[in-house]
Structure formats: C-alpha cells, structure tokens
Design a protein around this ligand. Structure first.
Ligand code: AMP
Length: 511
C-alpha cells in the first residue's frame, strides 16, 4: 500500500519531521509509525477477523494513528464525525458491524451493541501496552481490500457506506501527484475537513505520502474567526485543501491574504461549486497562489478532474469549469440511455475509472442502480458510476450545471433532501415533511422545510419551528437541520400525487 510504504520510509529518513499538528501537539513521523504499529498489533491479536474499525471523533492526534493502524492490520476504518447525532452513529454501527469502536468523546456510541468500545484513555493505555510491537507488511491492506468506508447521506434517511479499496486510492494518488509537486519535501498542508468526508483524503493520502505536515484546523477553531486567522498566520501552510465554503468563510476576514500566509502557493478545491466571486477574491488577495478546481463524488475516490483556473476562465461568463479528466479517467456526458452526447450538450456525467468503488457497502440494490461495468480500450473491465450530476463539455473542460435528483451540497456537506424528510417524519406529531433548497446564485444558501402535523398543536409559527428544530437534533447532524421550518395544514401535491416542490419553492420566494 503506497501510503504505508511511504510512512515506513519517512519513519526512518525523516523521523523527527512533524506529520500532524493538532491542538498545539506535534506528532512526528516516527511516533505516527510507532503508535499505528501498536494499534495494528492490538487489532491483529485481539480481533483476527478483519472486520472494519469504527473511529468516532474529530481531528484527535490518535484518530490518525488508528486510521493508519487499521490499514496496517489489513482492514478498513470507518471515520465518523462527532457532529453526527447518536441515533445516526448507531445506525452505522448496526450496518457496519465493526470489530471495535474507538470513541474519543466517550459519548457512549455502540455501548449497547456488544462490540468492544475504546474511549480515549483506554486507547492511550492500550497503545502504551502494545508499544514497540510491530506488524508484518503481509498484514497490510492491498489490492481490492477496502481502506475506508465513508457513510454519506442516503435518500431513505439512513446513511449509506462507500468502501474505497487500495487500488482505487493508488490510482487517485498517481493521478493527483503531478498537481502537488510529487517530491518529498517539508511543506504544510491544511487538515480542516473532517476525516468522515472524502476531501480530507487529499491531505491524508497525498500529504503524508509526500512527507508533508498536516495542520489541523478543528471545528472549535474554525468557529472563532480571530483565533482561526491567528492560527493560519503561524501555520506556514503552503498547500490549501478545502471545500470552497471554508475559503468563503475565511475571506469574510480582511486578514485572510497573502501577507498573512506568505508561503501559500496553491488552493485546491473540491466538493462543491467554486464561484467566480471566490476565485476573484482569492486572485486579488493571494496574487502568487494558483487555484485548482477539482470535482468528484465519494464513489469515485474524491476527485476525477482537476484544472488550474486561468485568467481566461476567471474572466469567462461561463461558470468556473470543474476541470479536465485526470489521466486514467473517462468522463462521458450522456442521455438517459447512456449514449454520449455531443460537445456542448447537457446530460448526466458518467465516470469510468479505476478509482470507482466496487459499490455501496452491503447494498447491492443501491449499487446496481448507479454503478456499472464496461471495457476500456485494451478490453479490460473497468467500473463506471452514474453521478446524477448534470454537466456539459467544451473541448476537454467539463462544466457543472447542478443535480438531476434531490441531492444537494450545503456548505460543502452532501445531503439528500429525502434524508432530511424521512428524519423529520420521525419526530412526534410530524406527519409529512418536504425539504426545499434555497439558492443564492449557483449555490444552495440554506434549506427550508414544510411540515404538516398529525394533530394541530396550537403553537405560534416561531415556537412550532423551534420545537421541531430541537427535536430534529436527535436524528440529524446540525448541518442538515433546515434553517426555516414552516408548518402547514396540508402540503400541496402535484398531479402524480407527489409533493409539489415547485409550488413550495415558489412560496418561499414570495415576499
Ligand atoms: P461528495 O461525495 O461529498 O464528494 O459529493 C459529490 C458531489 O459533490 C458531486 O456529485 C457533485 O454534485 C458535487 N461536487 C463535487 N465537486 C464539485 C465541483 N467542483 N463543482 C460542483 N459540484 C461539485
């Protein structure tokens, strides 16, 4: 496995270099190697069946050690962020049957599952106990072994797992290295995105394999602008990886510029629409930095396109392109039968690549709907994925035109509107719910929901909204809770008997 090979080399050649800075603590490459060896030894000894390891937390130093340790013990890790409410985390436990759960905040996730749970202290103790133990590289993940399983919003209201195996990641890394200066050197990468979201894979797999230092920007920090700017100012970050939303948050501070971060030479964006406004602002504030836009779904290992945004693209009336396909990727804009459409015509984007996942974790029904197999030019079977993204192509550049279904991106988070609806309907007294995205230009600004009740509750609208929002916290992470909730006696339906989303959206835009 390329990342483990590289880490082994770094532990010998650059042992004192910092692999991770988190909450002021510095984790060297030597210590990362040693602690992950200890965790892998524990897994191999106590849990010989290679079930995945679930890690619940947020940017803790040992989170990374456990991820690497799981790979060394030949099994996948399932990173779950603490922003997930207990109900959803339990659904993942039930679906994934991990062999062990690492629960950093100690919130009791998996406590009733019969699965061993390690809190932060128990883990630290265990890593001490196994310190100095080593595992053979024969136990490492390889080939089609899954390395991680990311659970993303599912339209039924239950998260669905996307497993990504070693070969997927090798292909992803080989494709992306040329954009990142593919030589081992001292440099700092941002480590802001939660490990539960796949944009973080760029920092972890590319950054660490190239011997870089990952600088964690945990949620508590990013919620405090003054502290965030102060930290960025002394971070020495050279390579910035994030969703555009995080950079949009940063530019609200006038301090965020090339003077604050003189070493910053690259912004790599992924995960959602990159707007002209953000490109213009960054070009002004960081005149020496290049901006790279990339695109891809979790199902195809983070990203399958990339392009440096040129002055012409920034000045163009069209949207910022999502980039050119990476070397081993075929992108087709297709009609509903799968036939490729001519240049300039809009259709569904299909991805054919060695980075495409084998399919949803234990969900052959869902897999069959969107994954497919085809032959490459050499007659070898390659996997394909129907993205549900509407796109068109001009030359070798692809342009994104929104979703063809009810999936959206809000502040970089992937959300199925039906997931919100199913979970709102779990709330006592909520009969039906319809979630509607409210756009500001190309991007979703917020989500509104319309709800009908089983029994009238006699509350004024504001109190009704607050009550439902409070109850929703038990089922949905905060980023999925609609900003605005309107209770109606009855929700309008169209001629097919389905919720009339157009009528509801029109209601929102009325003054
Ligand atoms: P995720 O699986 O969370 O990475 O979300 C994948 C989805 O995010 C894609 O199917 C697109 O709808 C959207 N997306 C990813 N990258 C971009 C981009 N550069 N521009 C616009 N949308 C994007």
């Amino acid at each position: 496995m390329f990342l483990l090979e590289a880490l082994k080399k770094h532990a010998v050649q650059i042992p004192e270099r910092c692999a991770l800075i988190t909450a002021g603590e510095r984790l060297t490459y030597a210590r990362l190697w040693e602690r992950s060896e200890a965790f892998a030894s524990y897994l191999n000894e106590k849990h010989p069946v290679k079930d995945p390891v679930m890690i619940y937390g947020h940017k803790e130093e040992d989170f990374l050690c456990c991820m690497i340790g799981a790979l060394k013990a030949g099994r996948a890790y399932i990173p779950v962020d603490i922003t997930l409410p207990a109900d959803r985390a339990e659904q993942i436990v039930a679906d994934a049957h991990p062999c062990v759960i690492v629960d950093f905040p100690g919130g009791g996730v998996g406590a009733d599952s019969g699965i061993p749970v390690l809190g932060a202290d128990a883990l630290a103790q265990l890593l001490e106990e196994y310190r100095g133990r080593e595992v053979s590289s024969h136990t490492w993940v390889a080939g089609k072994d899954p390395c991680y399983i990311l659970f993303t919003s599912g339209s039924t209201g239950r998260p669905k797992g996307v497993p990504i195996h070693c070969d997927n990641l090798t292909n992803f890394a080989e494709n992306l290295y040329p954009f990142c200066d593919p030589h081992e050197k001292e440099e700092v990468y941002t480590n802001q995105i939660s490990y539960a979201f796949d944009v973080s894979v760029v920092s972890v797999y590319i950054g660490l394999s190239l011997g870089r230092t990952l600088y964690s920007l945990p949620k508590t920090l990013t919620e405090n602008m003054a502290a965030l700017m102060e930290t960025l100012g002394r971070s020495d970050v050279g390579f910035w990886v994030s969703t555009p939303s995080f950079a949009e948050l940063c530019v609200t501070s006038a301090l965020f510029n090339g003077e604050l971060m003189p070493k910053l030479h690259t912004f790599l964006f992924c995960g959602e629409v990159l707007t002209h406004k953000l490109v213009d602002t960054l070009r002004q504030r960081f005149p020496k930095a290049r901006i790279i836009n990339t695109y891809g779904p979790t199902e195809a290992t983070v990203l399958v396109t990339a392009s440096e945004i040129t002055a012409e693209m920034a000045a163009d009336e069209r949207s910022i392109p999502i980039g050119e396909p990476l070397p081993e990727v075929t992108l087709l804009v297709t009609d509903e039968t799968g036939k490729e459409l001519p240049e300039g015509e809009r259709g569904e984007l299909r991805i054919i690549s060695r980075s495409v996942s084998e399919g949803y974790f234990r969900r052959p029904d869902l897999t069959q709907k969107v994954f497919f197999e085809t032959q490459d030019a050499q007659g070898k079977t390659v996997r394909g994925y129907r993205t549900g993204d509407a796109c068109y192509r001009l030359g070798n550049q692809f342009y994104y035109c929104g979703r063809m279904d009810f999936q959206i991106k809000l502040n970089g988070f992937r959300i199925e509107l039906e997931d919100i609806e199913s979970n709102l309907m779990k709330i006592d007294n909520v009969n039906r719910a319809v979630a509607i995205p409210v756009f500001d230009g190309e991007k979703v600004a917020y989500i509104a929901a319309f709800v009908s009740l089983r029994e009238p509750d006699g509350l004024p609208p504001l109190k009704q909204m607050l009550k439902i929002k409070e109850a929703a916290k038990a089922y949905l992470p905060s980023y999925m809770i609609p900003r605005k909730i309107v209770v109606k006696d009855r929700l309008p339906v169209n001629t097919n008997g389905k919720a009339d989303r157009k009528a509801l959206a029109a209601e929102l835009s009325r003054p």
